[in-house]
Write a protein of this length. Structure first.
Length: 239
């Protein structure tokens, strides 16, 4: 049953993606109104986003300084709420997501507006093996933090958030590459049901990844340490 207040938008955080961001915005805009948050991009990236705004393809917001993916998405949640949207479909700006799956993700969110709809990636041969191993490790810890296999893949940036719940939880999460994982776990703790939808992911040669193998893995490891302790404390308080 369609929820009468269901009003979705797309949220695209970007940092120095001048070669891909416009194509992603144009393709996403065929399905949903788009909010682009530029997280302090340098000249070419900022110019690409400015052109998107000038051409009326999206509502564009420029952050003065780079704060990380989580900071950009958190800003996007606030913008979505201010514009009256109830749900935000997060899409990465590097072109790796299967945008043809947007209707299925939006339909799932419409069917259950309280749910967090997460992409469950199907990778092809372009996926770096190191990244795949890292995902398996973080899935292991996420299963512990959520007391079972609730989240199929906590790192996929293709997902639909209920905006009100996301605005409440996001400020308590890490603001860089740890964000996607932590916000999903904390939304589960907040009582949101999770829908995991399969979606293909391709690492395009033109796409620019800002994942730093050592620094971001260290940040994610520290985040899991905190979340595991918090999950244990939550269990103790229930007893």
């Amino acid at each position: 049953m369609q929820h009468p207040a269901f009003s979705p938008c797309a949220l695209i955080p970007t940092y120095d993606n001048p070669d891909t961001v416009r194509d992603v915005v144009e393709r996403v805009g065929a399905y949903l109104p788009v909010i682009v948050v530029d997280d302090g991009s340098a000249g070419p990236g900022r110019a690409a986003v400015q052109a998107i705004g000038a051409d009326g393809l999206a509502h564009v917001h420029h952050r003065e300084r780079n704060g990380g993916k989580g900071a950009a998405v958190t800003t996007g949640f606030e913008l979505a709420r201010a514009h009256g949207y109830t749900h935000a479909l997060q899409v990465d700006a590097d072109g790796q997501h299967a945008l043809d799956d947007i209707p299925a993700f939006v339909a799932a969110a419409r069917e259950d507006p309280s749910a967090l709809v997460l992409g469950a990636p199907i990778y092809d041969e372009t996926a770096p093996k190191g990244r795949l191993i890292g995902r398996q490790i973080t899935r292991f810890w996420t299963n512990i933090e959520t007391y079972g296999r609730v989240i199929e893949d906590p790192m996929c940036g293709f997902r639909v958030y209920p905006v009100a719940a996301a605005c409440e939880v996001a400020p308590r999460c890490g603001q860089r590459m740890d964000f996607d994982i932590e916000v999903a776990v904390r939304l589960v703790w907040a009582g949101l049901p999770v829908l995991n939808l399969p979606t293909k992911v391709r690492y395009d040669a033109q796409g620019v990844s800002h994942f730093h193998l050592v620094r971001d893995n260290a940040r994610i490891s520290w985040m899991h340490s905190k979340l595991v302790v918090s999950s244990w404390l939550r269990l103790l308080r229930r007893r």
